[in-house]
Design a protein around this ligand. Structure first.
Ligand code: NDP
Length: 327
Protein backbone atom coordinates (compact mmCIF):
# COMPACT_ATOMS: atom_id res chain seq x y z
CA UNK A 1 0.00 0.00 0.00
CA UNK A 2 1.40 3.44 -0.94
CA UNK A 3 2.35 5.62 2.00
CA UNK A 4 2.29 9.38 2.42
CA UNK A 5 4.02 11.76 4.78
CA UNK A 6 2.05 13.64 7.43
CA UNK A 7 2.73 15.83 10.47
CA UNK A 8 0.79 14.21 13.30
CA UNK A 9 -0.13 15.52 16.75
CA UNK A 10 -0.30 12.54 19.14
CA UNK A 11 -1.28 14.58 22.20
CA UNK A 12 2.03 14.14 24.03
CA UNK A 13 3.99 17.25 23.04
CA UNK A 14 4.97 18.71 19.65
CA UNK A 15 3.66 17.03 16.47
CA UNK A 16 5.96 14.56 14.67
CA UNK A 17 6.29 13.36 11.07
CA UNK A 18 4.88 9.91 10.25
CA UNK A 19 4.32 7.80 7.15
CA UNK A 20 0.58 7.04 6.84
CA UNK A 21 -1.29 4.71 4.46
CA UNK A 22 -4.71 4.75 2.80
CA UNK A 23 -6.03 2.86 5.80
CA UNK A 24 -5.25 5.95 7.92
CA UNK A 25 -7.34 8.31 5.75
CA UNK A 26 -10.54 9.49 7.48
CA UNK A 27 -14.17 9.31 6.38
CA UNK A 28 -15.16 11.43 3.39
CA UNK A 29 -16.22 11.15 -0.24
CA UNK A 30 -13.36 13.09 -1.85
CA UNK A 31 -9.67 12.19 -1.70
CA UNK A 32 -7.26 15.04 -2.45
CA UNK A 33 -3.62 15.09 -3.50
CA UNK A 34 -2.55 17.98 -1.26
CA UNK A 35 -0.13 20.41 -2.95
CA UNK A 36 -0.07 23.33 -0.52
CA UNK A 37 -1.07 24.27 3.00
CA UNK A 38 -0.39 27.31 5.19
CA UNK A 39 0.78 28.19 8.66
CA UNK A 40 -1.68 30.18 10.75
CA UNK A 41 -1.33 31.16 14.42
CA UNK A 42 -3.74 28.34 15.23
CA UNK A 43 -1.54 25.86 13.34
CA UNK A 44 1.39 26.96 15.47
CA UNK A 45 -0.54 26.16 18.64
CA UNK A 46 -1.73 22.78 17.29
CA UNK A 47 1.75 21.70 16.13
CA UNK A 48 3.28 22.65 19.49
CA UNK A 49 0.48 20.83 21.34
CA UNK A 50 -0.85 24.00 22.98
CA UNK A 51 -4.15 25.85 23.10
CA UNK A 52 -6.51 22.84 22.98
CA UNK A 53 -6.90 23.13 19.19
CA UNK A 54 -6.78 19.39 18.52
CA UNK A 55 -9.84 17.56 19.84
CA UNK A 56 -9.00 13.98 18.74
CA UNK A 57 -5.71 12.11 18.70
CA UNK A 58 -3.78 11.18 16.69
CA UNK A 59 -4.48 14.17 14.41
CA UNK A 60 -2.85 15.41 11.20
CA UNK A 61 -2.31 19.16 11.74
CA UNK A 62 -2.96 21.95 9.20
CA UNK A 63 -6.22 23.93 9.15
CA UNK A 64 -5.98 24.70 5.41
CA UNK A 65 -5.24 22.70 2.27
CA UNK A 66 -5.27 23.12 -1.50
CA UNK A 67 -4.80 20.38 -4.06
CA UNK A 68 -6.33 18.34 -6.84
CA UNK A 69 -9.09 15.79 -6.50
CA UNK A 70 -7.59 12.31 -6.78
CA UNK A 71 -10.86 10.39 -6.50
CA UNK A 72 -14.46 11.35 -5.74
CA UNK A 73 -17.70 9.61 -4.88
CA UNK A 74 -19.52 12.96 -5.15
CA UNK A 75 -21.18 13.86 -8.47
CA UNK A 76 -20.08 17.49 -7.92
CA UNK A 77 -16.35 16.80 -8.01
CA UNK A 78 -14.16 15.06 -10.56
CA UNK A 79 -10.61 13.78 -10.64
CA UNK A 80 -8.29 16.71 -11.41
CA UNK A 81 -10.54 19.46 -10.01
CA UNK A 82 -8.51 22.06 -8.12
CA UNK A 83 -9.99 22.61 -4.68
CA UNK A 84 -9.50 24.51 -1.44
CA UNK A 85 -10.54 23.47 2.06
CA UNK A 86 -10.16 25.79 5.05
CA UNK A 87 -11.40 25.37 8.59
CA UNK A 88 -14.40 23.15 9.30
CA UNK A 89 -12.89 20.42 11.46
CA UNK A 90 -9.46 20.31 9.83
CA UNK A 91 -6.76 19.77 12.46
CA UNK A 92 -9.41 19.78 15.22
CA UNK A 93 -11.72 16.81 14.69
CA UNK A 94 -10.73 15.85 11.12
CA UNK A 95 -7.19 15.28 9.78
CA UNK A 96 -5.81 18.39 8.08
CA UNK A 97 -3.52 19.79 5.42
CA UNK A 98 -0.05 18.75 6.61
CA UNK A 99 -0.30 15.46 4.69
CA UNK A 100 0.45 14.56 1.09
CA UNK A 101 -3.03 13.04 0.78
CA UNK A 102 -6.23 13.84 2.60
CA UNK A 103 -9.89 12.81 2.48
CA UNK A 104 -12.77 15.17 3.35
CA UNK A 105 -16.55 15.45 2.97
CA UNK A 106 -17.39 17.02 -0.41
CA UNK A 107 -19.51 19.72 1.31
CA UNK A 108 -16.32 21.32 2.65
CA UNK A 109 -14.76 21.92 -0.77
CA UNK A 110 -14.54 25.30 -2.48
CA UNK A 111 -13.61 25.38 -6.15
CA UNK A 112 -10.39 27.29 -6.77
CA UNK A 113 -11.31 30.71 -8.21
CA UNK A 114 -10.22 30.78 -11.88
CA UNK A 115 -8.14 33.93 -11.48
CA UNK A 116 -6.01 32.48 -8.68
CA UNK A 117 -3.24 29.86 -8.81
CA UNK A 118 -3.46 27.01 -6.33
CA UNK A 119 -0.54 28.32 -4.25
CA UNK A 120 -2.17 31.76 -4.12
CA UNK A 121 -5.26 30.26 -2.49
CA UNK A 122 -3.03 29.14 0.35
CA UNK A 123 -1.25 32.49 0.50
CA UNK A 124 -4.79 33.64 1.28
CA UNK A 125 -5.88 30.62 3.36
CA UNK A 126 -7.91 30.92 6.55
CA UNK A 127 -6.16 34.23 7.28
CA UNK A 128 -7.34 35.83 4.03
CA UNK A 129 -10.78 34.31 4.31
CA UNK A 130 -11.05 35.74 7.83
CA UNK A 131 -9.84 39.17 6.66
CA UNK A 132 -12.44 39.17 3.89
CA UNK A 133 -15.21 37.99 6.25
CA UNK A 134 -14.29 40.96 8.47
CA UNK A 135 -14.55 43.34 5.49
CA UNK A 136 -17.91 41.85 4.43
CA UNK A 137 -19.20 42.23 8.00
CA UNK A 138 -17.99 45.86 8.17
CA UNK A 139 -19.71 46.59 4.85
CA UNK A 140 -22.91 45.01 6.18
CA UNK A 141 -22.47 47.24 9.24
CA UNK A 142 -22.56 50.30 6.96
CA UNK A 143 -18.91 50.95 6.11
CA UNK A 144 -18.43 52.60 2.73
CA UNK A 145 -15.32 54.22 1.20
CA UNK A 146 -17.00 57.64 1.01
CA UNK A 147 -17.07 57.84 4.82
CA UNK A 148 -14.35 60.19 6.05
CA UNK A 149 -11.90 58.72 8.56
CA UNK A 150 -9.58 55.81 9.20
CA UNK A 151 -10.11 52.07 9.58
CA UNK A 152 -7.97 50.49 12.32
CA UNK A 153 -6.37 47.07 11.82
CA UNK A 154 -4.73 45.50 14.89
CA UNK A 155 -2.07 42.78 14.74
CA UNK A 156 -1.46 44.36 11.36
CA UNK A 157 1.78 42.58 10.47
CA UNK A 158 0.27 39.13 11.11
CA UNK A 159 -1.51 36.96 8.55
CA UNK A 160 -5.09 38.19 9.03
CA UNK A 161 -3.93 41.75 9.70
CA UNK A 162 -1.69 42.04 6.61
CA UNK A 163 -4.40 40.82 4.29
CA UNK A 164 -7.04 43.04 5.93
CA UNK A 165 -4.74 46.05 5.38
CA UNK A 166 -4.23 45.11 1.71
CA UNK A 167 -7.94 44.55 1.01
CA UNK A 168 -9.15 47.69 2.81
CA UNK A 169 -6.54 49.89 1.11
CA UNK A 170 -7.45 48.44 -2.28
CA UNK A 171 -11.11 49.24 -1.61
CA UNK A 172 -10.17 52.87 -1.01
CA UNK A 173 -10.11 53.13 2.79
CA UNK A 174 -7.54 55.02 4.82
CA UNK A 175 -5.94 52.32 6.97
CA UNK A 176 -4.21 52.80 10.32
CA UNK A 177 -2.07 49.78 11.20
CA UNK A 178 -1.45 48.88 14.82
CA UNK A 179 1.72 46.84 15.19
CA UNK A 180 4.18 45.96 17.93
CA UNK A 181 6.98 45.70 15.37
CA UNK A 182 8.04 49.14 14.05
CA UNK A 183 10.37 47.37 11.59
CA UNK A 184 7.29 46.15 9.67
CA UNK A 185 6.06 49.68 8.88
CA UNK A 186 7.63 49.84 5.44
CA UNK A 187 6.06 46.49 4.56
CA UNK A 188 2.66 47.64 5.87
CA UNK A 189 2.99 50.88 3.94
CA UNK A 190 3.53 48.84 0.75
CA UNK A 191 0.32 46.95 1.55
CA UNK A 192 -1.52 50.28 1.76
CA UNK A 193 -1.42 51.43 5.40
CA UNK A 194 -0.98 55.20 5.70
CA UNK A 195 -0.80 55.69 9.48
CA UNK A 196 0.66 53.65 12.32
CA UNK A 197 0.16 53.30 16.05
CA UNK A 198 2.19 51.18 18.41
CA UNK A 199 0.36 48.17 19.79
CA UNK A 200 1.12 49.35 23.37
CA UNK A 201 -1.06 52.43 22.83
CA UNK A 202 -4.17 50.28 22.51
CA UNK A 203 -3.10 47.71 25.10
CA UNK A 204 -3.30 50.29 27.88
CA UNK A 205 -6.71 50.63 29.57
CA UNK A 206 -7.66 54.32 29.82
CA UNK A 207 -9.93 53.49 32.76
CA UNK A 208 -12.71 55.50 31.07
CA UNK A 209 -15.91 53.99 29.62
CA UNK A 210 -15.43 55.93 26.35
CA UNK A 211 -12.41 57.51 24.67
CA UNK A 212 -12.07 60.15 21.94
CA UNK A 213 -13.50 58.95 18.62
CA UNK A 214 -10.89 57.86 16.09
CA UNK A 215 -12.10 54.95 13.90
CA UNK A 216 -14.86 54.57 11.33
CA UNK A 217 -14.33 50.78 11.54
CA UNK A 218 -11.98 48.24 13.14
CA UNK A 219 -10.60 44.82 12.22
CA UNK A 220 -9.29 43.37 15.48
CA UNK A 221 -7.14 40.23 15.64
CA UNK A 222 -5.83 40.85 19.16
CA UNK A 223 -8.80 40.82 21.61
CA UNK A 224 -8.42 41.75 25.29
CA UNK A 225 -7.71 45.36 26.25
CA UNK A 226 -6.74 46.16 22.65
CA UNK A 227 -10.23 45.32 21.40
CA UNK A 228 -11.82 47.13 24.35
CA UNK A 229 -9.80 50.30 23.61
CA UNK A 230 -10.59 50.09 19.89
CA UNK A 231 -14.32 49.85 20.65
CA UNK A 232 -14.12 52.83 23.04
CA UNK A 233 -12.47 54.86 20.23
CA UNK A 234 -14.97 53.95 17.51
CA UNK A 235 -17.21 56.61 15.96
CA UNK A 236 -20.97 56.70 16.49
CA UNK A 237 -22.84 53.72 14.93
CA UNK A 238 -19.69 52.30 13.32
CA UNK A 239 -18.75 48.60 13.10
CA UNK A 240 -15.95 46.63 14.80
CA UNK A 241 -15.11 43.13 13.53
CA UNK A 242 -13.57 40.91 16.23
CA UNK A 243 -11.84 37.79 14.96
CA UNK A 244 -8.81 37.02 17.12
CA UNK A 245 -7.35 36.70 20.58
CA UNK A 246 -3.55 36.79 20.28
CA UNK A 247 -3.53 39.39 23.08
CA UNK A 248 -6.20 37.81 25.28
CA UNK A 249 -9.73 36.45 25.18
CA UNK A 250 -11.29 38.61 27.88
CA UNK A 251 -13.05 41.88 27.01
CA UNK A 252 -12.61 44.48 29.79
CA UNK A 253 -15.32 46.91 28.73
CA UNK A 254 -18.52 48.58 29.91
CA UNK A 255 -21.67 48.63 27.76
CA UNK A 256 -21.27 52.39 27.18
CA UNK A 257 -19.81 52.22 23.64
CA UNK A 258 -22.88 50.20 22.63
CA UNK A 259 -25.62 52.12 24.39
CA UNK A 260 -24.18 55.66 24.10
CA UNK A 261 -22.45 55.46 20.72
CA UNK A 262 -24.32 52.57 19.06
CA UNK A 263 -21.02 50.89 18.18
CA UNK A 264 -21.59 47.52 16.49
CA UNK A 265 -19.44 44.62 17.69
CA UNK A 266 -19.42 41.92 15.00
CA UNK A 267 -18.11 38.42 15.68
CA UNK A 268 -16.24 36.71 12.84
CA UNK A 269 -15.89 32.96 12.44
CA UNK A 270 -14.07 31.54 9.43
CA UNK A 271 -14.09 27.95 10.67
CA UNK A 272 -17.75 26.94 10.50
CA UNK A 273 -18.68 29.79 8.14
CA UNK A 274 -21.51 28.50 5.90
CA UNK A 275 -20.64 27.63 2.28
CA UNK A 276 -22.60 30.47 0.54
CA UNK A 277 -20.81 33.17 2.61
CA UNK A 278 -17.51 31.32 2.14
CA UNK A 279 -17.98 31.27 -1.64
CA UNK A 280 -18.89 34.95 -1.67
CA UNK A 281 -15.77 35.73 0.35
CA UNK A 282 -13.57 33.74 -2.09
CA UNK A 283 -15.14 35.61 -5.04
CA UNK A 284 -14.40 38.92 -3.36
CA UNK A 285 -10.85 37.79 -2.54
CA UNK A 286 -10.32 36.89 -6.19
CA UNK A 287 -11.50 40.35 -7.27
CA UNK A 288 -10.41 42.70 -4.45
CA UNK A 289 -7.08 41.36 -3.21
CA UNK A 290 -4.28 42.74 -5.39
CA UNK A 291 -2.06 39.80 -6.34
CA UNK A 292 1.15 41.86 -6.30
CA UNK A 293 0.46 42.80 -2.69
CA UNK A 294 -0.46 39.20 -1.89
CA UNK A 295 2.90 38.12 -3.32
CA UNK A 296 4.73 40.67 -1.19
CA UNK A 297 3.18 39.24 2.01
CA UNK A 298 3.94 35.62 1.11
CA UNK A 299 6.92 33.36 1.80
CA UNK A 300 7.16 29.74 0.70
CA UNK A 301 8.41 26.98 3.01
CA UNK A 302 8.56 23.18 2.97
CA UNK A 303 6.48 20.87 5.13
CA UNK A 304 9.68 19.77 6.94
CA UNK A 305 10.11 23.31 8.28
CA UNK A 306 6.69 23.54 9.96
CA UNK A 307 7.77 22.39 13.45
CA UNK A 308 10.37 25.20 13.71
CA UNK A 309 8.05 27.78 12.14
CA UNK A 310 5.30 26.87 14.64
CA UNK A 311 7.45 28.25 17.48
CA UNK A 312 8.04 31.48 15.58
CA UNK A 313 4.40 32.19 14.69
CA UNK A 314 3.25 31.58 18.27
CA UNK A 315 5.93 34.03 19.45
CA UNK A 316 4.53 36.62 16.98
CA UNK A 317 7.72 36.64 14.86
CA UNK A 318 6.24 35.75 11.46
CA UNK A 319 5.42 38.59 9.07
CA UNK A 320 2.52 38.09 6.64
CA UNK A 321 1.64 34.74 5.14
CA UNK A 322 3.47 31.44 4.82
CA UNK A 323 2.59 28.95 2.08
CA UNK A 324 3.69 25.42 2.95
CA UNK A 325 4.72 23.23 0.00
CA UNK A 326 3.33 19.81 0.86
CA UNK A 327 4.01 17.79 -2.31
P1 NDP B 1 -0.35 35.79 13.24
O1 NDP B 1 0.48 35.16 14.28
O2 NDP B 1 0.04 35.73 11.81
O3 NDP B 1 -0.55 37.34 13.57
C1 NDP B 1 -0.89 37.80 14.85
C2 NDP B 1 -0.33 39.19 15.03
O4 NDP B 1 -0.81 39.71 16.26
C3 NDP B 1 1.18 39.22 15.17
O5 NDP B 1 1.83 39.26 13.93
C4 NDP B 1 1.37 40.51 15.94
O6 NDP B 1 1.22 41.59 15.03
C5 NDP B 1 0.15 40.55 16.85
N1 NDP B 1 0.45 40.06 18.19
C6 NDP B 1 1.07 38.92 18.55
N2 NDP B 1 1.11 38.78 19.88
C7 NDP B 1 0.48 39.87 20.39
C8 NDP B 1 0.18 40.33 21.70
N3 NDP B 1 0.55 39.63 22.76
N4 NDP B 1 -0.48 41.48 21.83
C9 NDP B 1 -0.87 42.19 20.74
N5 NDP B 1 -0.61 41.82 19.48
C10 NDP B 1 0.05 40.68 19.31
O7 NDP B 1 -1.83 35.20 13.46
P2 NDP B 1 -3.07 35.13 12.44
O8 NDP B 1 -3.11 36.38 11.66
O9 NDP B 1 -3.08 33.80 11.79
O10 NDP B 1 -4.29 35.11 13.48
C11 NDP B 1 -4.60 36.27 14.22
C12 NDP B 1 -5.70 35.95 15.23
O11 NDP B 1 -6.91 35.67 14.50
C13 NDP B 1 -5.45 34.72 16.10
O12 NDP B 1 -5.95 34.95 17.39
C14 NDP B 1 -6.25 33.63 15.43
O13 NDP B 1 -6.62 32.61 16.34
C15 NDP B 1 -7.43 34.43 14.94
N6 NDP B 1 -8.16 33.81 13.85
C16 NDP B 1 -9.49 33.68 13.99
C17 NDP B 1 -10.25 33.13 13.00
C18 NDP B 1 -11.72 33.07 13.14
O14 NDP B 1 -12.38 32.29 12.46
N7 NDP B 1 -12.28 33.89 14.01
C19 NDP B 1 -9.62 32.59 11.79
C20 NDP B 1 -8.20 32.88 11.68
C21 NDP B 1 -7.49 33.44 12.71
P3 NDP B 1 2.14 42.89 15.11
O15 NDP B 1 3.55 42.38 15.11
O16 NDP B 1 1.77 43.67 13.90
O17 NDP B 1 1.79 43.59 16.39
Amino acid sequence: MASHKALVQAGDGPARFQQLTDADLPEGDVTIAVRYSTLNYKDGLAVLGRGKIVRRFPMVCGVDLAGTVESSRSSQWRTGDEVVVTGFGLSETHPGGYAERQRVPSQWLVRKPASLELDQTMAIGTAGLTAMLCVLALEKGGLTPDRDGAVLVTGAAGGVGSLAVAILAELGYRVTASTGRPETQEYLRELGATDFIDRSELAEDSGRPLDSRRWIAVVDTVGGTTLATAIKQTHYGCPVAACGHVGGSELPLSVMPFIIRGVQLLGIDAVQCPLPLRELAWQRLASDLPLAKLASTTSYRDLDEVPQLAERIVEGQIRGRLVIRVS
